[in-house]
Design a protein around this ligand. Structure first.
Ligand SMILES: Nc1ncnc2c1ncn2[C@@H]1O[C@H](COP(=O)(O)OP(=O)(O)OP(=O)(O)O)[C@@H](O)[C@H]1O
Ligand SMILES: [Mg+2]
Length: 285
């Protein structure tokens, strides 16, 4: 659904300093209809790459294809929905006026606008505030309004820059549920985050960016299984206290026998696992 080819971007510093390279020859391809997380620390280059994908800034090299269409074609814009990291809102409009305005800008018919406002504003729990002026909205309310605006034109792919930041735990859960629901309707989702657990919870695939370099692109399951150790944890009671022993897979049977012979009671044998967070942290080193 999205192909980035040889994308590099550097930003000019002053005359005496070398340019700062924000993206180094970035290449990746995202599979159709998936939810893909875009992970990377602050300053890794996520927003820069998203802005390049959307055509807001020009890369030094490279090209992008979205849903098999070259990014320079106008029709691409109609197929994608984008929620920026720091959206701009007309403070004096009501939520409803703002959404209608967004829909009209995209040349969507009134019926579709109203239908989608009703559907997504209800799901994102913002319907109650649509008649209020935006200047009175809280951060989470603005975020919800922004998400509704992305979905008005029935996009095929949505690109969200840090959609979950600034939301409380309930808001995050609601957003994640809507992301899953939109995806079940056949819409691809690409969203950036630096919260690994959120990505792990909703995404099929993940792209990991570190200092402008892609260090992983693929299914989350594969990343986790590749990095799962061959160590086992044996939990047992030695007659006095609960203990834990970590052993290589090849030694686990022998160790368990020894423990049983010494009178210990084994309560659990589990494979030592790493969370996605630990894996990504290791990849970054
Ligand atoms: N217009 C610009 N001029 C100079 N440097 C820039 C510009 N835009 C981005 N950068 C630099 O490029 C790097 C990547 O920034 P970017 O905003 O893409 O990071 P990010 O991964 O989105 O970070 P965050 O998680 O904080 O949003 C940073 O070092 C940033 O300072
Ligand atoms: Mg950013």
């Amino acid at each position: 659904m999205l192909i980035c080819k040889n994308i590099s971007k550097s930003f000019k510093k002053d005359f005496w300093n070398k340019d700062f390279v924000a993206l180094h020859d970035v290449n990746f391809e995202l599979n159709d209809g998936k939810i893909v997380g875009f992970l990377g620390a602050n300053g890794a280059g996520k927003t820069t790459l998203i802005k390049i994908i959307l055509g807001f800034i020009k890369p030094n090299t490279g090209s992008v294809k979205i849903l098999d269409i070259d990014w320079t074609e106008d029709e691409v814009r109609k197929l994608i929905g984008y929620m920026p990291e720091r959206p701009f809102y007309y403070q004096n409009l009501t939520g409803h006026e703002f959404l209608t305005y967004c829909g009209e800008l995209q040349e969507i018919d009134k019926e579709t606008i109203d239908k989608n406002i009703e559907k997504w504003a209800t799901k994102l729990e913002i319907k109650f505030a649509l008649d209020r002026k935006i200047k009175g909205y809280s951060k989470g309310m603005l975020q919800r309004l922004g998400f509704v605006s992305v979905l008005l034109h029935n996009p095929r792919l949505i690109i969200l820059d840090e959609p979950l930041s600034g939301l409380d735990p309930i808001g995050r859960k609601e957003f994640k549920d809507v992301i899953k629901e939109v995806n079940e309707e056949g819409v691809g989702v690409f969203f950036s985050s630096h919260i690994v657990n959120d990505v792990e919870e909703v995404c099929h695939d993940v792209v990991v960016l570190e200092s402008g370099n892609i260090i992983y692109n693929g299914p989350i399951k594969e990343l986790v299984s590749q990095n799962t150790s061959n160590k086992f944890v044996i939990k047992y009671n030695d007659g006095i206290k609960d203990c834990e022993l970590i052993v290589e897979e090849s030694l686990k049977d022998k160790k368990m026998l020894e423990l049983i012979e010494s009178g210990a009671i084994i309560s659990k044998l589990i494979r030592e696992t790493s969370s996605l967070e630990e894996i990504v942290y290791r990849l970054n080193k």
